[in-house]
Design a protein around this ligand. Structure first.
Ligand code: PEP
Length: 238
């Protein structure tokens, strides 16, 4: 069970350090759960400092470039992240696909390079509302998943676009159905993302093919992030 908090463009270094200090002992209370936080690039180091040496909370970035270095203004490479102590990265988040021209091809480049370098990758897939209404969910997921490399460090996050930041989560049945489809296509763990909160975490995380959660808004508050991780531990123990 993996519960990752995606902080998006929230929390500068000061706030990130304080959050990290607060949750550094959380894994001791959440057996069976890998706890991950994904701060903005500029707050990665402060987060790692707040967690301290030997802490079991892992820090992932929100994106990673496919080249080791070069003339790519605004991008960050896998070796740069590893040098800091970052263990993984999200790639292909729907906000990157929607607003920054991320494509299945660039997601594949990013995922392959990050894995090659030694990072864990959380690769996001998911249909838009229009695609779901048009009954294209299966085809969209199949296309997005086909672009992803197969590797033990590759984790897929199923994040229906209409459920992200809307407060409208997928039903447990919808999540289970999509996860089962993804698992029939790709041998990876599959996290659910889209308006996960303390109130719905347990039922979503208890679905047989749900291996964790990628949490946006509800990961920004330490109390609600802790509650979701505790739900993960309860689901893992069941
Ligand atoms: C996300 O950012 O990946 C996400 C799922 O956001 P939220 O939990 O706010 O819907």
């Amino acid at each position: 069970m993996l519960v990752a908090g995606n902080w998006k463009m929230f929390k500068g270094a000061h706030e990130a350090r304080a959050f990290a200090t607060r949750i550094r002992h959380l894994p001791e209370r959440t057996p069976g759960v890998e706890v991950v936080v994904c701060p903005p690039f500029v707050s990665l180091q402060a987060t790692l400092q707040g967690l301290g040496e030997g802490c079991l909370v892992r820090v992932y970035a929100q994106n990673v470039h496919w080249e080791l270095d070069g003339a790519f203004t605004g991008e960050v490479s896998a070796p740069m992240l590893l040098e800091l102590g970052v263990k993984g990265a999200i790639v292909g988040h729907s906000e990157r696909r929607q607003h920054f021209g991320e494509s299945d091809e660039t997601v594949r480049f990013r995922a392959e390079a990050a894995i090659e370098a030694g990072l864990v990758v959380i690769a996001c897939v998911g249909e838009t509302e229009a695609e779901r209404v048009a009954e294209e969910t299966g085809a969209v997921l199949a296309r997005q998943v086909a672009a992803l490399p197969r590797h033990e460090r590759l984790v897929i996050a199923y994040e229906p676009v209409w459920a992200i930041g809307t407060g409208r989560s997928a039903t447990p049945e919808m999540a289970q159905e999509a996860h089962a489809l993804i698992k029939s296509l790709h041998p990876s763990r599959v996290l659910y993302g889209g308006s996960v909160k303390p109130e719905n975490a347990l039922v979503l995380l208890s679905q047989p093919d749900v291996d964790g959660a990628l949490v946006g808004g509800a990961s920004l508050d330490p109390a609600s992030f802790e509650a979701i991780c505790l739900a993960g531990a309860e689901a893992a123990a069941a």
